[in-house]
Design a protein around this ligand. Structure first.
Ligand SMILES: Cc1ncc(COP(=O)(O)O)c(C=O)c1O
Length: 419
């Protein structure tokens, strides 16, 4: 069989829908300034699908800092990886300010969170070590674990009893191999918005002698009194051994970081392949991240606005009887029962008739016949936006319950773009 023939015949679980939904359900183009209102297919939409939690994407100070830094340094500088020729005082300043912000000794910047995470997991463990990780971990954790040459055990999502069982199995192995145990989880689970049980997990540390690595992509900047993340929120930040945050969400940029003890970060600097073998983060992104971090520190009102909108949205949905699962973060999943064609038609109705743009998550990410509408509030939404959205959701839910969407073919009224 020719490799390309096989690929051409099967574009995979999402790709198989591309002819029906390219440019609409997948790869939609949201145009205009990143805000609560953006344009989709020529129509203004109320947007609930960007992780611009604190509204920094179009904040005037941020835009100015980004533009000034791009004018001063260009996008090329510095050239080379940090190890070879791409290190600067500003990169080191950002390392250091991030360490202070999350309360760790040292920090290593990463060009992309996904790649950095994969690479960090790869280099922290060898074949004598055992990884134990949550079953609902982000792809960057799963893919990092796939590179691991030793044993790995997964525990059912947030199930502490099962985690302990896996730790017992891990300990038997590491007693034999003289290796260590690394537990990996997310802080805020990005899909469903629930939190890792960090208090319970860290309580097991003394018994099983493991190190804890937390991916806090959605918690950094949004959770905790100072915005230092889910560890701060749960009162266990000091017990997280390795803390990961990305600039792609609350910071509204690109780049990421890992913070830990000085020795561990030193080790990562000299061994993490995603950073050694890739060009250093361009200076405008570094300067832009310094400005964003300054705003995180000095403008607590941004996080307050985010939570004001989050609380209004979540209590509005709950009052109307919507199931929001176990979210304790800003990520707001609205669970509805329905088949795939009903899910897609409900989304089309929301977009075309109510001018609301949110994301939809279907099987296999959620169980069969469950629809998750993933609604992401930000500091720049208004209470009117919330009220309007809850009312619109109530209307589409009524239509769903009346069987209106089941009667229609999947994606009726959608004209797909050419892939
Ligand atoms: C939980 C989680 N981890 C890691 C990442 C990857 O971050 P980045 O966008 O910086 O690659 C994401 C972003 O999608 C995420 O949601």
């Amino acid at each position: 069989m020719d490799l390309f023939d096989k690929i051409t015949k099967n574009w995979g679980p999402l790709g198989k829908w591309s002819r029906m939904g390219h440019g609409y359900f997948f790869f939609p183009k949201l145009e205009g300034k990143i805000s609560n209102k953006m344009t989709f297919k020529g129509e203004e939409m109320l947007v609930w699908s960007t992780n611009n939690y604190l509204g920094l994407a179009d904040h005037p100070e941020v835009r100015k800092a980004d533009a000034d830094a791009a004018a001063e340094y260009g996008m090329a500088s510095p050239m080379g990886s940090r190890m070879m020729s791409g290190n600067t005082d500003l990169h080191e300043q950002l390392d250091s300010e991030l360490s202070d912000f999350v309360g760790k000794e040292k920090t290593i910047l990463l060009n992309y969170g996904y790649q950095g995470m994969v690479s960090a997991i790869d280099c922290l463990v060898d074949r004598h070590d055992v990884i134990v990780y949550d079953s609902e971990s982000h792809a960057c954790i799963v893919d990092g674990v796939r590179l691991h040459q030793g044993k790995r055990f997964v525990f059912p999502h947030n199930n502490i009893e099962k985690l302990e069982n896996q730790l017992k199995r891990a300990k038997v192995i590491t007693d034999e191999t003289k290796g260590g145990i690394l537990v990996i989880t997310e802080g805020v689970f990005g899909m469903a918005g629930d939190l890792s049980k960090l208090k319970e997990i860290t309580a097991l540390k003394s018994k099983y002698n493991f190190r804890l690595f937390v991916d806090d992509a959605h918690g950094f900047g949004t959770m905790g009194k100072t915005g230092a993340g889910t560890g701060e929120h749960c009162g266990v930040q000091d017990l997280i051994d390795i803390y990961f945050g990305t600039f792609a969400k609350a910071m509204a940029s690109i780049g990421a970081f890992i913070s830990s003890e000085a020795d561990i970060i030193g080790f990562l600097r000299y061994n993490s392949r995603s950073q050694i073998y890739a060009k250093s983060l361009p200076l405008p992104l570094v300067v832009g991240a310094l400005k964003r971090l300054e705003l995180l520190r000095t403008k607590p009102e941004l996080k307050e606005s985010l939570w004001k909108i989050t609380n209004a949205l979540q209590s509005g949905f709950k009052k109307e009887g919507f199931d929001l699962g176990d979210t304790e973060s800003c990520v707001t999943p609205v669970y509805i029962s329905g088949a795939l064609n009903e899910a897609s038609n409900l989304l089309v109705d929301l977009r075309q008739n109510h001018k609301i743009f949110c994301s939809i998550v279907v099987y296999p990410v959620v169980p069969k016949d469950t629809i998750m509408l993933r609604v992401i509030p930000t500091a720049i939404h208004t209470l009117e936006n919330v009220e309007y959205t809850v009312a619109a959701f109530k209307t589409v839910k009524k239509n769903l319950d009346a069987g209106q969407y089941a009667k229609q073919e999947m994606g009726v009224g959608v004209t797909a773009d050419k892939v």
